[in-house]
Ligand binder design. Structure first.
Ligand SMILES: Cc1cc2nc3c(=O)[nH]c(=O)nc-3n(C[C@H](O)[C@H](O)[C@H](O)COP(=O)(O)OP(=O)(O)OC[C@H]3O[C@@H](n4cnc5c(N)ncnc54)[C@H](O)[C@@H]3O)c2cc1C
Length: 366
């Protein structure tokens, strides 16, 4: 099934060209981060019957961090983490790698939806951000964490005012921000689509998400969490005061269970109607040459997002590729999650077209 073509906005042209499509013709349709891991730690499948105090289902950031915290708080707690595939193989190993203190997708959005709780949400977000930084540092996780702020850009005239409002709100909440006009933002990163920009130097950074997940898995295992990969669980049932989870060749009986399975079909049927899997895609270029990089600037390497309802996010990797994603959010009928949907030609074409509209200097890059 393919998604409809991207809706046109003033900033984005409507029909992808042959060149836009040719740019990704020989792309490998796999997660860049997962694909380049050379030797990720591996863990045995679940076998036989295991007793635990806590069973965590899912080895993404939610499950991994929960396992770490559970062990740290109570080292003698028996924690088992069961992952259907490999650690970080879900969304955690295939995302943009943007790390943000905002847990409301921006302060203006948070304020409009949760006006009474925004102070708490801001505080929790900053606790989260500093917790991530200190875990990465203390556990010695090598995941290219760059804490270099981010840049929000306006690509349509009305968005310039939004940036000014955002700047005011962020400054009022203690963020170090700077508002750029068209010339100033183009001096920072040069795109003819930019009309203004907002740099936020507080609570924003970038990471290699797959290596972060690997590091968290290894740290959890070091603390004594029993980690199992390639072990899809398919049942969860009460067993006296405990729960019994089973799948493949093994089962876990645990007093407590944490379902950290994100948008995958949940083990409790009753949860299904609350879960809406949506696909979001990224393209990653080949490494930029020094000349290509010089043509667009981007010396401060901050992650960039544009301001529309359908927005793009993009960043440099450690080897100076551009990861370019977002815009479409594709829902499949019935909420199916299937590796076949890892490729979406219409979305790739739109992303490629928008990329070259943003950086025409890079025409020819693959
Ligand atoms: C393209 C894309 C870009 C994104 N960019 C960003 C970004 O830049 N910054 C950001 O903060 N967020 C981003 N996100 C969101 C972010 O990746 C997720 O919010 C986060 O990774 C969710 O982590 P998780 O542990 O909850 O889920 P997941 O990482 O999806 O982990 C769930 C795990 O559960 C396992 N599982 C499922 N069912 C079972 C079962 N029955 N038995 C055993 N295991 C099971 C799966 O195999 C999977 O590994 C992005 C997401 C996508 C898709």
């Amino acid at each position: 099934m393919t998604s409809p073509p991207a809706a046109a906005t003033a900033a984005w042209p409507r029909t992808p060209t042959f060149e836009d499509r040719a740019a990704y013709r020989d792309a490998i349709p796999r997660s860049f981060w997962i694909d380049r891991r050379s030797d990720p730690p591996s863990y045995p499948p679940l076998e036989g019957s295991v007793e635990a105090d806590l069973c965590i289902v899912g080895g993404g950031f939610t499950g991994l961090w929960a396992a770490l915290h559970a062990k740290r708080r109570q080292p003698d707690r028996r924690v088992v983490l069961v992952e259907a595939d490999r650690i970080g193989s879900g969304a955690s190993g295939r995302n943009g790698g943007f790390v943000s203190a905002s847990i409301t997708h921006g302060i203006a959005n948070g304020l409009s939806r949760f006006p009474d709780e925004i102070e708490t949400l801001q505080r929790l977000g900053h606790d989260n951000f500093s917790g991530l930084r200190s875990d990465v540092e203390q556990l010695g996780i090598d995941c290219d964490l760059e804490v270099n702020g981010d840049l929000l850009v306006a690509v349509e005239p009305h968005q310039v005012g939004w940036l000014a409002e955002d700047a005011e709100l962020l400054a009022a909440h203690g963020h170090d921000v700077e508002l750029f006009d068209r010339d100033a933002v183009r001096a920072e990163v040069d795109s003819p689509t930019y009309l203004g920009g907002l740099v936020n130097r507080t609570g924003e950074g970038l990471v290699d998400p797959a290596r972060l997940a690997d590091g968290l898995g290894a740290a959890a295992a070091d603390l004594g969490v029993a980690v199992h990969e390639r072990s899809p669980l398919d049942s969860l049932a009460a067993d006296g005061p405990a729960m019994r989870l089973a799948g493949g060749g093994g089962e876990v009986r645990a007093e407590r269970v944490l379902l950290a399975t994100n948008a995958f079909p949940p083990l409790r049927r009753a949860l299904r109607r609350w879960i809406l899997p949506v696909y979001d895609y990224v393209l990653v270029t080949e490494p930029l040459s020094r000349e290509q990089l010089a043509a667009i600037g981007w010396r401060n390497r901050q992650g960039i997002g544009d301001t529309g309802n359908q927005f793009h996010y993009y960043r440099l990797t450690d080897d100076n590729r551009i990861l370019w994603g977002g815009y479409e959010a594709v829902y499949r009928f019935g909420g199916r999650v299937d590796p076949r949907h890892d490729v979406d030609e219409a979305t790739f074409a739109a992303l490629s077209q928008h990329f070259f509209a943003t950086f025409p200097q890079l025409r020819g890059i693959r």
